[in-house]
Design a binder for this molecule. Structure first.
Ligand SMILES: C[S@@+](CC[C@H](N)C(=O)[O-])C[C@H]1O[C@@H](n2cnc3c(N)ncnc32)[C@H](O)[C@@H]1O
Length: 297
């Protein structure tokens, strides 16, 4: 059944909003699954630092929501080690198959496992020491409610830790025409798709809505520039994944975007202007649940 979104999150131009796989803006192409891994390499250290600050430690049992091709689960797997365990959950079977292969290749398959499940229907029958996730809350119709339901699976003293983007904070200094167009296309596609582009700063209220203690928060981001940077490919590859959805929404056409030359155009513009590119910062929020949610506090 399609979920009707609250007005402020309803897609504009593709009929009533839903959060099913068909309307997931980035899609599940082979290209997108590879892009996820490239993106993850770009921000890996920012997530590892965040998870350590949040208190992830050796021996913990961890649940990773919306794990995609497994990057956050594998980072968590390294932190908790073989005396701990990680379960990554995602609704995409293709993504989970890749995540499983990566856990085998990385020698973590004995303690990092994966499951195909929609978070809406996911009811794990065991308890965890930490529930974590990256770039997942922005896709959920009611992230506070999902968090409240799943936080019930935490042991006393358990950690909740999520990292999400503050997309509108992306910038180039000085600004450039190509960069500005890409920024607008990406933001508009996510916004009109009904996804939360400023989820990072909204994690604070999301935690409170879930009945969790107010989180500690931190923002981290890459700062890029120069001809060698990966950032131009990152922007172009994000647009490659978004293009079918973007065209359906009438935001831009393949002719306007010219994907095959886009990374080079962005690189040339930034290099000519000696620009500093700041991709969207990742905002992390974490808290500890000392008293179970269903008990009076
Ligand atoms: C942008 S990716 C992030 C993947 C991973 N967390 C990372 O940071 O590399 C978002 C993932 O959330 C998954 N997802 C979105 N909504 C979901 C839902 N309702 N249930 C399960 N997975 C969902 C998508 O399938 C996708 O793999």
């Amino acid at each position: 059944m399609q979920k009707v979104l609250p007005d402020h999150r309803r897609p504009n131009g593709i009929g009533p909003g839903s959060y099913d796989e068909a309307s997931y803006a980035l899609g599940y192409s082979k290209h997108e699954l590879r892009r996820l891994a490239l993106q993850a390499a770009f921000i890996r250290d920012l997530t590892e630092d965040f998870l350590r600050r949040a208190g992830l430690a050796r021996g913990m049992q961890v649940l990773d929501l919306g794990c995609g091709v497994g990057d956050v689960s594998l980072i968590a797997g390294q932190i908790v080690g073989p005396s701990g365990a990680v379960l990554g959950v995602d609704r995409s079977r293709e993504a989970i198959e890749i995540a499983e292969k990566r856990a085998v290749e990385g020698g973590q398959c004995h303690w990092v496992r994966f499951d195909v499940a929609k978070l809406e229907d996911f009811n794990p029958d065991r308890k965890f020491d930490a529930i974590i996730g990256r770039l997942i809350m922005m896709y959920l119709p009611d992230p506070g409610a999902t968090l409240r339901r799943l936080a019930d699976r935490l042991r006393p003293g358990g950690i909740v830790a999520f990292q999400e983007m503050a997309m509108p904070s992306v910038r180039s200094v000085p600004d450039g025409l190509e960069f500005r167009r890409c920024r607008r296309w990406i933001l508009e596609t996510f916004e009109r798709g009904g996804f939360e582009v400023d989820m990072g700063p909204k994690l604070h209220t999301t935690f409170l809505e879930a009945g969790l203690p107010a989180p500690q928060m931190i923002a981290a981001g890459r700062v890029e520039g120069g001809p060698q940077s990966f950032v131009y490919d990152y922007v172009a590859e994000t647009l490659r994944s978004l293009l079918p959805f973007m065209e359906r929404l009438g935001i831009a056409s393949a002719e306007e975007v010219q994907l095959d030359t886009l990374a080079d155009r962005l690189r040339a513009e930034a290099t000519e202007n000696s620009a500093c590119i700041m991709p969207p910062p990742l905002v992390g929020a974490w808290t500890r649940l000392d008293v179970p949610l269903n008990e009076e506090r």
